[in-house]
Design a binder for this molecule. Structure first.
Ligand SMILES: *Cc1c(COP(=O)(O)O)cnc(C)c1O
Length: 380
């Protein structure tokens, strides 16, 4: 019998270098408001080729502050994809505004552009888009549809993806990134907001620290400051920033590994009949290959969950992006009255897709092992 492998869906890539960087911060006694956050922000801004990067406690914080900076409030609407993490919609709710959900397309999983056009009204204050599992949204077409409405990019699963020769996160009014353990780089928990708009950067810099009007260096007398609006405590600590700096240096290498794994697995899966894959980006874009999602058509003999169980039992970790369309989560259903059938494509992806791992913790033989397993299940 063949040896059973252990293939986790995601694994943070933490080595000696990260451990040493974190130890140095702990020994320095500067745990927050220090040089590591500044250095991480500068390195991140440089990587994306944007003017400003502001380190935060999470991507959720970045989304919330993006909308706060755009003055989103009660009576306003914000366009939100239904195939996303709940954080994308929660950010709108935190502002007291209304999320207007958009169904996904089956080609890419990204939000349906025509539907975005239909849902834009005079109340639409902003459009949030998600580069679904790393596949860059068609920003040129989006701009033609949304015109002057500001676009916030949710880049939580797309760090390193490119569109038209530019990194995603540098194309909208702001970009929001996550450093949760299984994302492209990790600071345990953490996030980043990127923007070329200095006014937004200035606002976010204050709003991440209670809305305090002056930084520690700017205070003549320690502890004396004023607050003019309701900010949050969304800062990133020095420990996390030190971790993030090392991870960012490794990003290109890790993304290269993802690309190789993805292309190996994709070639093998394309040979298998009965399963459906999302299309690949055109020459104008590069995906960040967060995972490789396989969809089972309605007439597939096995349920999605049984398929997953068969993979799990031989050591293949999987996930689902995203397992429930956000408008069908109880909070949104109860508040806005959505029901099954309202977002058919998002539901199809939620119910019929399996996210296979392609992360940098895996290699070619892992991809062959996964493809062989999928092939075997499909031919049963
Ligand atoms: C993971 C994820 C988030 C949330 O990121 P946090 O850093 O955990 O707040 C937001 N949006 C998308 C699309 C995600 O996948």
């Amino acid at each position: 019998m063949k040896e059973i492998k252990k293939i986790p869906f995601g694994l943070p890539m933490i080595d000696k270098e990260e451990i040493e960087a974190v130890s140095r911060v702990l020994e320095s006694n500067i745990l927050t408001h220090g040089p590591a956050v500044k250095e991480f922000e500068e390195a991140f801004a440089h990587y994306l080729d944007v003017k400003n990067a502001i380190a935060l406690s999470s991507c959720t914080a970045a989304l919330h502050l993006s909308l706060m900076a755009l003055d989103v409030g009660p009576g306003d609407e914000v366009i939100v994809p239904s195939q996303t993490h709940v954080a994308t919609a929660h950010a709108v709710e935190y502002c007291g505004a209304k999320p207007v959900f958009i169904d996904a397309t089956l080609e890419t999983g990204n939000a349906d552009l025509d539907m975005i056009g239909e849902k834009i009204t005079s109340r639409t204050k902003a459009v949030e888009i998600v580069h679904f599992i790393g596949f860059p949204f068609d920003m040129k077409k989006l701009t033609a549809v949304v015109k002057n409405t500001p676009v916030v990019e949710d880049c939580a699963v797309a760090l390193g993806a490119e569109y038209g020769g530019k990194k995603i996160g540098s194309l909208g009014i702001s970009g929001c990134f996550s450093f949760y353990p299984i994302k492209h780089i990790s600071t345990a928990e953490g996030g980043m907001l990127t923007t070329d708009n200095d006014e937004i950067a200035h606002f976010v810099g204050k709003a991440r620290a209670f809305g305090i009007d002056r930084s520690i260096e700017e205070r003549k007398v320690p502890g004396i400051y004023d607050v003019k609006y309701l900010g949050n405590n969304y800062r990133m600590s020095e420990i996390k920033a030190a971790l993030g700096l090392v991870q960012l240096k490794k990003l290109e290498g890790m993304n290269k590994k993802r690309r190789e794994n993805y292309s190996t697995l994709r070639k093998l899966l394309e040979e298998i009949e009965g399963i459906v894959l999302f299309k690949q980006p055109d020459k104008n874009s590069t995906s960040a290959h967060f995972c490789l999602s396989v969809m089972l058509p309605e007439d597939f003999p096995l349920s999605r969950d049984d398929f997953v169980a068969k993979l799990n039992i031989i050591g293949i970790g999987t996930s689902t992006y995203y397992g429930t369309p956000v408008p069908l989560m109880s909070y949104y259903r109860n508040k806005y009255g959505y029901k099954p059938g309202d977002f058919p494509n998002a539901e199809f992806i939620a119910n019929r897709s399996i996210a296979l791992p392609v992360g940098p913790h895996l290699n070619r033989s892992d991809m062959e092992y996964i493809a062989e397993a999928v092939q075997k299940i499909c031919s049963q």
